[in-house]
Design a protein around this ligand. Structure first.
Ligand code: URA
Length: 225
C-alpha cells in the first residue's frame, strides 16, 4: 500500500471520530471505524458495533467476533490478514437494526474504506451490509455463498455475501452453511482480478465516493431498508 492511501485511511478514521452525521453520535462511547490490514485482499463488513465494540473501539470483539476468528483460522487467516469494519460505525441503542437514515449517513465512510484498502473480495456479513453493497433487495438466505462481480465506488471487487456470525452462533445449521461458504474464500482470493467491465480507468478525485454500481449495468436500487 502506498503511503498516500494509508494516510488517507487514517485521516478518514480521524474524521469519523467526531462524526455527528446521525443521531447515533449521541449515544456512542466511541466510533468503531475498522481494524486490521489496511492493504488486505479480504474485507469483512458486518452490521454495526455492539456493546463490546462500542467499549473497545474495535469491530467484532464479542462472541460473534470470536466465531469470526475461528472461521478465519479455519482458512488459515487471522485478523491481521484482513480488514474488518461495519455498515454503521456507531452502536445503535439496544443493538436495534440500523435505520435507513443512519445507513445513508454512514455509507460514505464504508465506500472510502473500500476505495483506500482496495480489497479483491468484500465479504458482507448479514443482510444490511449485503443489501447496501449489492444494491439489491435480496435477503442473505437467498444470496449467501454467491459471489458477485461489482464496482464499488471506483473499486472492482468480488462481493461475497455470508451469514452474519451472530446469527450462526446459536443455529447449528446456519453455522454449517457459514463454514461451507467461508471455505470458498481462499479460492475467491486466488481468482484473477481482471478488468471489470464498466470500471473507470482512473479513480476520480473525490473524498465521498459514489455508491455501488453493478457491472452488468442493471439499474441500481437504493432505499432498500
Ligand atoms: N456485530 C457486527 O455486525 N459488528 C460487530 O462489530 C460486532 C457484532
Amino acid at each position: 500500500m502506498d503511503d498516500g492511501r494509508a494516510r488517507s485511511l487514517e485521516q478518514s478514521a480521524s474524521d469519523a471520530t467526531g462524526c455527528t452525521r446521525c443521531a447515533l453520535a449521541e449515544g456512542r462511547t466511541q466510533v468503531v471505524f475498522g481494524s486490521g490490514d489496511p492493504d488486505a485482499d479480504l474485507m469483512l463488513v458486518g452490521e454495526a458495533p455492539g456493546f463490546h465494540e462500542d467499549r473497545h473501539g474495535a469491530p467484532f470483539v464479542g462472541e460473534a467476533g470470536q466465531l469470526l476468528d475461528r472461521l478465519l483460522a479455519g482458512i488459515g487467516l487471522d485478523r491481521d490478514d484482513v480488514y474488518v469494519t461495519n455498515t454503521l460505525k456507531c452502536r445503535p441503542p439496544g443493538n436495534r437494526d440500523p435505520q435507513p437514515d443512519e445507513i445513508a449517513a454512514c455509507e460514505p465512510y464504508l465506500f472510502r474504506q473500500i476505495e483506500l484498502v482496495r480489497p479483491a473480495v468484500v465479504a458482507t456479513l448479514g443482510n444490511f451490509a449485503t443489501k447496501l453493497l449489492s444494491g439489491r433487495p435480496d435477503g442473505i438466505t437467498r444470496v449467501h455463498g454467491q459471489e458477485l462481480e461489482l464496482v464499488l465506488g471506483t473499486t472492482p471487487v468480488l462481493l461475497y455475501p455470508l451469514y452474519h456470525p451472530a446469527a450462526a452462533l446459536y443455529t447449528p445449521s446456519m453455522l454449517r452453511v457459514l463454514e461451507t461458504d467461508f471455505a470458498r474464500i481462499p479460492d475467491l482470493l486466488g481468482r484473477d482480478r481482471g478488468p471489470v467491465e464498466g470500471a473507470p480507468a482512473a479513480a476520480p478525485d473525490t473524498t465521498i465516493p459514489p455508491g455501488p454500481r453493478e457491472t452488468a449495468g442493471a439499474p441500481l436500487q437504493l432505499g432498500l431498508f
